[in-house]
Ligand binder design. Sequence first.
Ligand SMILES: Nc1nc2c(ncn2[C@@H]2O[C@H](COP(=O)(O)OP(=O)(O)OP(=O)(O)O)[C@@H](O)[C@H]2O)c(=O)[nH]1
Ligand SMILES: [Zn+2]
Length: 208
Amino acid sequence: MSTISKISSSTLPTKYGQFIIHVYQDQQSGQEHVALVAGQVLQQENVLVRVHSECLTGDIFSSNRCDCGEQLVLAQSMIAEAGQGILLYLKGHEGRGIGLANKIHAYALQDQGLDTVDANLHLGLPIDQRSYTAAVDILKELGVHSLRLMTNNPDKVSSLQQAGLTINERIPLLIQPNQDNLQYLLTKRDKLGHFLAEPASKLDFGDL
Ligand SMILES: Nc1nc2c(ncn2[C@@H]2O[C@H](COP(=O)(O)OP(=O)(O)OP(=O)(O)O)[C@@H](O)[C@H]2O)c(=O)[nH]1
Ligand SMILES: [Zn+2]
């Protein structure tokens, strides 16, 4: 049984292109998730999909601590350019599922030298407690089973595959690192297995 239900839909013209916005209610958490859809996706193969975890600091306030905001813009513009695709914006994923206040606690610990993984553990919280059930159910509701997933996170790929979706390709979403997120990206690569090999060489730039 589906865990989401569609509440409302409308056109959404954006600076990147034209989308349809759908709002879904998550029956389990009560959260409102968003799907931005470009073009026709119903029963299509290899649909370009971004499953984006909410990040208030990165997505709204342009935080340099993470790569979320730039990934969001890149994904939305790539989908608009392709003329077909889906950007899912998942609420309740803030801080990899620990919530905003806890993420800010974790940031404070990172200022004292802990990395992004150890900071969560120090708080007695899981490293990552995101569920992709709502994302899977929204994609199925949109009639999409075959996709090209835009992510660097191997766990996202396997979670969607285990739920029965076919991921025909993983499209990297690589952001140029800055001084404030360099360590964070290296930790994601080394401790969480994110596919960041390509920027790793770029990370060696002498001026950082
Ligand atoms: N707990 C915690 N969460 C963080 C931190 N930095 C970013 N986040 C959250 O992590 C989530 C994004 O997860 P990431 O691990 O950066 O990337 P991902 O979504 O798994 O992978 P991509 O698909 O490649 O973007 C967002 O919800 C952010 O709010 C941090 O230092 N600690
Ligand atoms: Zn972020």
